[in-house]
Design a protein around this ligand. Structure first.
Ligand code: ES4
Ligand code: ZN
Length: 331
């Protein structure tokens, strides 16, 4: 039985496996510039974040109908459940679909068909987090939030993703203020490729409650001290960092140093179809390569539930935390 955990950094579009991409391409009559899944997989050699994003946005063309989004999410939830994920807070990128003529309702209703049945079917509770693309304008983000208004009962929070460098958090001050006024939780990618100053700015200007990645906080001791003091969770994605060359190898990953510094770290999969593994695979890689012991692994699992947006169901959080404490490794 795998260690129970929450997944807090997962782009649903990044769970599109090559097999499903080809199936949806055929069903929707969308041409793909790859002969087969093997050739597509060959394209999964990334230089940096942008080279990955180019393929990520290209492949989304196959997602067109509610049923497509439902199948995408259901396939992810099945895989996540098999790797011990008990709770998933799932990002989606509405602008990447709206710009292709796919309506907000198609995306949200489609995802909801899978999420609404997930507890019963997969034993995984879920939340949805809508991300703004930071390489698009602030006006576009505001329009996206406006388009989401009919669906806010299904959306727990907002996030910020896509190309980071050159797109500082301050650009999105207004949309985050509006989101907060609507009662939405706030997170943002910061310090993945961008500098530690972006993390500080996202905390100060956007009022984020959790930092996605946040890896580069380690370059700023005063920031580390603040994150530790304020118990701000970081959603790390080790296999993503290796594939996007944010770290040289997994053995060089700062996660052990970050835990030693007292940071509230969690382990997540980011875009598992592209980066070589789901949540459990990330845990396994850390155990094998960084020699994390059972105490550390349990801490990471505990952190994932502590960092989750389960304030609306503390009973469920307590049950998950009890599962983590009761877990027997090797059983
Ligand atoms: C992403 Cl790894 C990563 N970073 C920033 N934005 C993203 N969107 C999907 N995956
Ligand atoms: Zn991400």
């Amino acid at each position: 039985m795998p260690l129970p955990k929450a997944e807090l950094h997962l782009h649903i579009e990044g769970t599109l496996e090559p097999e499903l991409a080809f199936e949806l391409a055929a069903r929707n009559g969308v041409p793909l510039p790859y002969a087969d899944t093997g050739e597509l997989r060959e394209a999964y050699r990334f230089e940096d974040l942008q080279s990955f994003l180019n393929l990520y946005y290209e492949l989304m063309a196959v997602l067109r109908t509610e049923r497509d989004f439902e199948e995408l999410a259901d396939a992810y939830l099945a895989r996540a459940a098999a790797q011990g994920v008990r709770h998933a807070e799932i990002f989606f990128d509405p602008q990447a679909h709206l710009s292709r003529g796919v309506a907000m309702g198609t995306v949200v209703e489609g995802l909801w068909r899978a999420l609404g049945r997930s507890e019963e079917r997969h034993g995984v509770s879920t939340r949805l987090i809508m991300c703004f693309l930071r390489d698009e304008s602030a006006e576009s983000a505001l329009e996206t939030l406006e388009a989401a208004k009919p669906y806010l009962d299904r959306i727990t929070g907002v996030g910020l993703d896509s190309a980071e460098v050159g797109h500082p958090p301050v650009k999105f001050r207004e949309v985050y203020e509006t989101a907060a006024a609507l009662g939405l939780r706030r997170v943002a990618h910061a310090g993945e490729e961008g500098p530690p100053e972006y993390i500080t700015e996202a905390l100060d200007v956007l009022g984020i409650e959790r930092v996605d990645h946040g890896l580069r906080c380690m370059e700023d001791p005063a920031l580390v001290e603040r994150l530790v003091r304020d118990r701000v969770p970081l959603t790390l994605c080790p296999l993503s960092n290796v594939r996007l060359r944010t770290v040289d190898t997994l053995a060089d990953h700062p996660l052990p140093a970050m835990l030693d510094a007292g940071l509230l770290c969690t382990v997540n999969s980011d875009d598992p179809a592209y980066f070589g593994g789901y949540a459990g695979d990330n845990f396994d890689a850390l155990r094998e390569t960084l020699f994390l012991d059972e105490k550390r692994l349990r801490e990471l699992a505990r952190n994932s539930f502590l960092a989750s947006f389960l304030e609306d169901d503390e009973e469920l959080r307590a049950r998950y935390l009890a599962e983590v404490e009761a877990y027997e490794f090797g059983a």
